[in-house]
Design a protein around this ligand. Structure first.
Ligand SMILES: Cc1cc2nc3c(=O)[nH]c(=O)nc-3n(C[C@H](O)[C@H](O)[C@H](O)COP(=O)(O)OP(=O)(O)OC[C@H]3O[C@@H](n4cnc5c(N)ncnc54)[C@H](O)[C@@H]3O)c2cc1C
Length: 252
């Protein structure tokens, strides 16, 4: 029998970290498999029309559930419908999970430099959870992860506690959360500045040649564009930089 075009997935958990930021955890009716960093295509029916959008998976494949970290776009087609969902409601998911924004294990490069703003952290959360649970051979081969995660305020760094906890036990992970409006966040004790401002500082601390690094840029096209230029100036070649843009780049 041919694979179905869509399967149902039931909302099992929802955590709101701000009024426009949420983590949604769905249980698909059939087991799906994916590689950390890939995205699912989620759909909700409205007025007999299916509205679909891609979302990176924050969960690793071994977790079985589809965990999404989503920003609400008030005038958007799908995200406002997601915000109306209650536990037990269903959405559709395309069974084929797609994407090429996955950990570079084909090259000889062992330093993985990951850059994101807010929801762009999702694929790295999946990669880090996977790496923590599996891949002993990669760990023993000396693979290292550096993840820069920026937001305007600390409440946008939804996975900060989980990632800090993993980092505390893992010599392979350096997690760098940064807040760009610290004046509005007086309790924040971590790094400050926009992602673009801290990239160079941490890149220079990598203690390896640029040729040993694979960089990953995920989220807003403006951040990706700037980060790409900074990394090129730091000596990285185009093929060393992987990108996942959540929005089309602005055209002038
Ligand atoms: C591979 C891939 C993975 C993605 N993963 C995620 C993810 O993990 N989390 C996530 O939140 N989104 C992710 N996105 C974006 C997501 O697919 C939707 O585009 C987003 O949720 C908005 O959908 P919408 O239907 O609500 O708005 P749309 O109807 O698609 O857009 C309405 C308008 O808002 C603009 N817009 C869309 N998103 C934003 C935004 N974030 N900020 C400002 N303006 C915006 C659009 O350009 C358009 O003009 C991903 C996109 C891609 C291509």
């Amino acid at each position: 029998m041919a694979d179905p075009e869509f399967i149902n997935a039931t909302l099992k958990e929802r955590r709101d970290s701000a009024k426009d930021l949420g983590v949604f955890v769905f249980e698909p009716e059939q087991e799906l498999s994916w590689v950390s960093g890939q995205y699912c295509t989620l759909g909700i029916m409205e007025e007999e029309k299916r509205i679909e959008r891609p979302y990176s998976l924050a969960s690793a494949s071994f977790e079985k559930r589809l965990e999404l970290f989503v920003e609400l776009v008030l005038d958007g087609g799908l995200s406002p419908l997601l915000w109306k969902l209650k536990i037990g409601d269903t959405v559709t998911v395309r069974p084929k999970i797609r994407g090429k924004f996955t950990l570079d294990i084909e090259s000889d490069r062992k330093t993985h430099f990951m850059v994101s703003t807010v929801t762009g952290a999702a694929p790295y959360v999946s990669m880090i959870r996977h790496h923590q649970e599996h891949h002993d051979e990669l760990k023993s081969a000396g693979h290292r992860f550096f993840m820069i995660h920026g937001g305007s305020h600390s409440h946008e760094l939804t996975y900060v506690d989980e990632l800090n906890k993993i980092q505390a036990d893992a010599d392979w992970l350096t997690y760098i959360p940064t807040v760009s409006r610290p004046q509005e966040d007086p309790d924040w004790k971590g790094e400050t500045g926009r992602v673009e401002d801290v990239i160079r500082k941490y890149f220079d601390q990598l203690d390896c040649p640029a040729s040993d690094v694979t960089a990953y840029l995920c989220g807003h096209p403006g951040m990706i564009e700037t980060a790409r230029r900074i990394l090129a100036r730091a000596g990285m070649q185009k093929e060393q930089i992987l990108e996942e843009q959540y929005l089309p780049a602005a055209t002038s």
